[in-house]
Design a protein around this ligand. Structure first.
Ligand code: ADP
Ligand code: MG
Ligand code: MG
Length: 489
């Protein structure tokens, strides 16, 4: 059999491309984007889809080391299994958050719900985690080789899968247009199908619930610019026989009105349809719970037989605080199935520290962060891409936080990925050739019955989010990054 040619960094297109080539690719890409759903609602009209705009994307895939990509794919099933288990480790989770909840109301509310449902006993032992684990290919300050370092894991509302798979298809087209052979393209741009992976996971949960008239509840935000990306999951479910009649989109506020719990803890939608699965695409931010009603709705869901992805335990296991504690000596080892798996996971951990510690070496690092904040990121217990502190803000924040508030934050080593060039495409803006850095996300799921040995895990799909090299925040939704895909070398 003919050996596939190894793709090298030298095989990457030489930039800048001819202006005419860029213009042609750009024009073609905009048509292709609209013909294939690579679109978002506009910032001005986040509540309707009649006028949508091109989602921000990179014109070409960005170079990413193949070996690091493969490592990220390889550890994904173990990460998903780890979190499935952590969610049930009550003592561990309580200990992690004991200080955090003194000042962080959002985490405290989650802890309260968790304790209530654990005291009451879980009526639904089946759990499903749909994840995206995010990484950077980090070059340390000695400029040595790149290594794969985890930014964070997301157990809730892992988004952009629909756009990511479209950008892979688009990038393959562009490489073909630039003269690459099919085998080179498939080697540099691996298959990418996160939506069918998510659809498969939700379908599996719905099947396990076992009632053909029961519905899937998608918990959404009031308004959402990323509506189309979410809907692509529902269209995949439709192909699997769960049509729109059995899928209901509701905000947490609406859930308070539309859901009831019967005497057997079946969750009913509008008093007649049983809810089999709850898929949270919202519920990860304090804003999603403006009043106690939304928390009441969440508690009702958590007490029910419905399969929640994620259930409150999985969400609580997913805080930045738990990420930091996992990196402490012996902790990820304690929860891993084998030393080999633990070592493989640990190799992806960046430096992570609490702000309050009696350990002299950690004290030293916190002092270093005050003097040299550009080497760190300071994180509260938030999700959604807009809560972190960088650079001088860190020094300022460290001065203003009370001792107790410090317990609700963690300190992380600032990662610095390789800078590469790419063309960034944003609606209504000229093409921009920029120096960018990328964040790789790997999608996966795990499910099982708590206490059973058999946990099924699968990895499926990836995303690269690229942003200007000097931009701090990373999200596509917050306008920082564009959707990209890796060119593996
Ligand atoms: P969130 O859950 O809000 O997405 P993240 O931990 O992913 O929080 O941080 C948001 C963004 O901040 C990331 O997408 C990344 O661009 C940037 N970031 C986070 N941690 C680091 C880090 N250690 N080094 C460099 N950038 C980081
Ligand atoms: Mg997150
Ligand atoms: Mg993130």
């Amino acid at each position: 059999m003919e050996q596939k040619r190894r793709i090298l960094l030298a095989d990457y297109p030489l930039l800048p491309l001819d202006e005419e080539v860029v213009e042609k690719l750009h024009g073609d890409a905009l048509d292709w984007a609209h013909a294939n759903g690579l679109v978002m609602r506009t910032r001005e009209a986040r509540d309707r889809s009649d006028v949508c705009m091109t989602a921000p994307f990179a014109l070409l895939p960005s170079p990413f080391p193949r070996e690091l990509f493969q490592h990220a794919v390889k550890v994904q099933n173990d990460i998903a299994r780890l979190y499935l288990q952590l969610a049930h480790e009550r003592d561990f989770l309580m200990k992690c958050h004991a200080q955090v909840i003194k000042t962080d109301d959002f985490t405290r509310k989650m802890v309260e719900i968790y304790e209530k449902v654990m005291d009451e006993g879980l009526v639904q032992p089946f759990t499903l985690a749909i994840q995206r684990s995010d990484y950077m290919a980090h070059k340390d300050s000695f400029g040595s080789e790149l290594s794969l370092k985890q930014i964070e894991v997301n157990n809730i509302a892992s988004s952009m899968g629909g756009h990511a798979e479209r950008v892979t298809r688009l990038h393959r087209r562009h490489l073909a247009e630039l003269g690459y052979q099919l085998d080179e393209i498939s080697s540099a741009c691996p298959d990418n199908e996160p939506i069918s992976m998510i659809g498969e996971a939700l379908h599996k949960a719905w099947t396990i619930y076992g009632k053909k008239d029961a519905c899937i509840l998608v918990v959404v935000e009031n308004v959402n610019q990323n509506q189309i990306d979410q809907r692509l999951v529902e269209y995949d479910l439709e192909k699997r026989g769960i049509g729109s009649r059995l899928v209901h989109r509701q905000t947490l506020t609406q859930c308070y009105e539309s859901l009831t719990l019967d005497s057997e803890k079946r969750l009913l939608y509008k008093n007649n349809t049983e809810v089999a699965v709850i898929y949270f695409r919202s519920g990860y931010s304090p804003e999603h719970y403006p009043t106690d009603r939304e928390w009441d709705a969440r508690l009702m869901m958590e007490r029910s037989q419905a399969i929640r992805t994620p259930w409150i335990g999985l969400q609580l296991a997913n805080t930045k605080k738990v990420q930091q504690v996992l990196a402490e000596d012996g902790v990820v080892e304690r929860f891993s199935a084998s030393p080999r798996i633990a070592a493989s996971l640990r190799s992806t951990f960046a430096g992570l520290w609490p702000l309050n510690s009696n350990d002299p070496s950690i004290k030293k690092i916190v002092t270093l962060a005050e003097k040299n904040p550009h080497c760190f990121v300071l994180k509260p217990q938030l999700e959604g891409g807009a809560g972190n502190y960088y650079g001088d803000e860190i020094a300022e924040k460290l001065r203003s936080l009370s001792i107790e508030e410090k317990d609700a934050h963690i300190l992380m080593e600032r990662l610095s990925p390789d800078v590469v060039k790419n063309y960034l495409i944003r609606a209504n803006q000229p093409v921009l050739l920029a120096d960018v850095v990328g964040e790789l996300g790997i999608y996966g799921y795990a499910y099982g019955v708590h206490g059973d040995r058999e946990i099924i895990a699968r990895t499926g799909g990836h995303i690269l989010r690229s942003k200007g090299k000097d931009v701090n925040e990373g999200g596509v939704a917050v306008g920082a990054a564009v959707i990209d895909s890796p060119f593996l070398y």
